[in-house]
Design a protein around this ligand. Sequence first.
Ligand code: G6P
Length: 413
Amino acid sequence: PLQAPDVGRETMLTDIWGTPDVLRNLLQVYMKNGSVEIPGLREKLPAGHGLAGKTPLEIMSACSQKRMPSGFMNRFSVIGSGTSWHATLLAEYLIEYMARIPVEAHYASEYRYHEPALRLGDVVIVVSMSGETVDAVESIRQITRHPEMGKSVLKVAVVNNSSSSLASECDLVINVRAGAEVGVASTKGFSATGFVFELLSLALADECDTWSADTERSSFVKRLQELPESMKEVLDREAKPLMQTSTDKPIGIGECPLWDIGCQNVLAQNFIFLGRGCNFPVALEGAMKCKELAYIHAEGYPAAEMKHGPIALIDEFMPVVVVCPRADATYEKIKSNIEEVKARNGATIAITEKYNDELEQLCEYVIALPETHEYLMPLLAMVPLQLLAYMMGILRNNTVDHPRGLVKSVSVK
Ligand code: G6P
């Protein structure tokens, strides 16, 4: 079927299409004169809190290696489920890279039974779009219920719903402002959360004074501000033709490169998604979208781990999607992973910058993206991965907006 959802109807495709607007709005609301101004971030905690008189920004940045070069550092944990867990992994990379704060990412379903050993000044951020996922809410409640820990830890909710149960338990609520999603599987919610962590990492890097030069900061901020437009460029090429498709106007071959890639690979039974550094969480999320929307088994791996197992599975029936930006410090190593896939007749679908033309000979398909900062690439690369899974779901005649067995938020124990 070369037919996309009815033109004009709200679908998951409209969720993905709306991502640049969500990011533009976040920039407008959370950035003032080049500095990050998330409400509450610079407000002192009230009397009665064990950390009263300190701001969340001060408490978080006290966990930085730069602030405590040789001494004791507080724990900084980020917790979530499903797609939100992938966002916590991305947060781990971004905050560590930019603010030199060691971050631990946890599954909420595991963390809630940990009885974690927390101390005065530790930071716990729980990410949940609904703010109602029971494991996420219980992760914070086990802290608030504790007589001493409850007041000595900074509790932060990153949510898409400020009046949720999770938000009501926390000292600081950061709203990702993604708006409602049509799709049960999260798309723009993930991108908005990732973007909020880019902003938070920027605020922390400023506070911890971890930029090595002013130019380093300004080039990041410039790319951050360009990101909505860069995403729009990708969507115009890859999603617009699909949005305009109807029974009378089926999508033409070559009109939309990703659709062609979807058509070529839709019968695959397995996929591997690879990425390194901050693109590894995106490989995981790409694999999850593939399972949720296309019902195709997929695994996400840090690229170099391929040789520790998955390589045994690679043959001509195994498409391998590789996020491999030229700007990545490990690019050459990822390229050699691609060569290993080619040697085994696997078909590689590479995602890289459009100026990088050296993958054409090596890969079956190349998805070209506008140039961006290496720390922002995960958010840009996520868009084609969401679209590819969505398109394969449509091609397989799946109910992509409401995948079987999934609910928007798991709020029962
Ligand atoms: C369910 C949804 C996922 C979502 C997860 C966490 O499993 O199907 O798309 O990522 O819950 O939801 P949350 O609201 O906590 O982010």
